[in-house]
Write a protein that binds this ligand. Structure first.
Ligand SMILES: Nc1ncnc2c1ncn2[C@@H]1O[C@H](COP(=O)(O)OP(=O)(O)OP(=O)(O)O)[C@@H](O)[C@H]1O
Length: 342
């Protein structure tokens, strides 16, 4: 049996804008494989190259060097007709919805079907099905100005799905929405992935969005992928500096340097931060501390669950003789890759 081609594959892709003094490398040597059926997150700060990456996938931009394949077919060097075929396989969801204000919800969803040459009766049936899928049957005749932000985005998503694309690109699709509406739209993206088998690429600068939907995530910084891993690993064990900053915006289980100084003043003793996970028992290490006559206070911490697994960390103040504290701190340190004595 031949291996399934990935949904998207980038090989050594570089994108340079401008020339001479205006030359700017927006993407620099990107190797990326997004599998069919996954929700893949791309996170980065403003200017990291996220939109450029999306525009390369749907051939709105061409790479300066390297190759890109979508669904196993090369898109670099394809004809205009080839690009049009490719775009039919890709749905786009935008931050600002991009709906026609002069068309109803149903009219907006119908538009790509008209462009694709569908017959009227088939269009009507498909629009009804899509409205039901996104929970907006009762808003079919409403105009965008009569809809809330979340409803507008659901129309945008239904429109993107109209011609049954295999791949959906969601570029900052929730950035204009409040947290509750964001959660609702993200639930819809998950439903599309699970029920329709659509591969979804979610572009965002918000780690909460990644946490809520992504199976895997690539962290983009200054045009390079600095980390690529399962969402759980990125949260539980972030490696690159930008990844750590993103994770810190969502998880507050580790004290900042200022908090640590305050805790040290307040509690005294030796501060140690230890990771918690399902496999390794913190309890055993602490029982050993008690046996060594080292007293501990839990002074900071937090535990989270993600993809049904538990992770987090606690910061302890250890009190006892220097030798015993050294030994316990070292034992705690050995337990975990990430723990640190401060
Ligand atoms: N058409 C263009 N011409 C020149 N420079 C560009 C062009 N498009 C993007 N860039 C530059 O490439 C870099 C990456 O831009 P890109 O829009 O991909 O980043 P981003 O991560 O999507 O940022 P944001 O979240 O602000 O949209 C930026 O420095 C940007 O100024």
């Amino acid at each position: 049996m031949s291996e399934q081609p990935p949904a998207v594959e980038f090989r050594s892709v570089t994108k340079v804008f401008g020339k001479g003094a205006d030359r700017h490398v927006a993407l620099d040597g990107i190797d990326l494989r997004i599998e069919k059926g996954e929700i893949f997150g791309v996170i980065g700060y403003s200017g990291a190259g996220k939109s450029t990456l999306v525009r390369l996938i749907n051939a709105l931009e061409r790479p300066t060097s390297g190759t890109i394949e979508v669904g196993g077919a090369p898109i670099t060097g394809t004809s205009e007709a080839g690009v049009r075929r490719l775009r039919r396989e890709i749905g786009m969801v935008f931050q600002q919805f991009n709906l026609f204000r002069s068309r109803t919800a149903a009219g907006n969803i119908e538009y790509p079907l008209k462009v694709a040459g569908w017959k009227r009766a088939e269009r009507k049936a498909r629009v009804a099905e899509l409205l039901e899928f996104v929970g907006l049957t009762d808003k079919a005749r409403s105009y965008p100005d009569q809809l809330s932000g979340g409803q507008k985005q659901r129309v945008g998503i239904a429109r993107a799905l109209a011609t049954s694309p295999a791949l959906l690109l969601a570029d900052e699709s929730t950035s204009a929405l409040d947290p509750e509406t964001t959660a609702e739209v993200l639930r819809l993206l998950k439903k599309i992935n699970r029920e329709l088998g659509v591969t979804i690429v979610v572009i965002t600068h918000e780690m909460d969005v990644i946490r809520a939907v992504a199976d895997r995530v690539a962290v983009l910084a200054e045009g390079r992928i600095v980390e690529l891993s399962s969402t759980f690993d990125v949260f539980a064990n972030p490696q690159a500096t930008p990844t750590r900053s993103f994770v810190a915006t969502v998880l507050h289980d580790r004290p900042s340097d200022t908090e640590l100084a305050r805790l040290r003043d307040k509690h005294g003793g030796r501060m140690v931060t230890v990771d918690i996970d399902d496999e390794r028992g913190l309890g055993a290490a602490l029982a050993a501390a008690t046996r060594a006559d080292v007293r501990f206070e839990v002074v900071f911490g937090g535990v989270s669950t993600l993809q049904d697994k538990t992770f987090g960390s606690v910061t302890l103040a250890l009190h006892g003789s220097d030798d015993a504290v050294d030994e316990v701190a070292a034992a705690l340190d050995r337990r975990e890759r990430n723990s640190g004595a401060h």
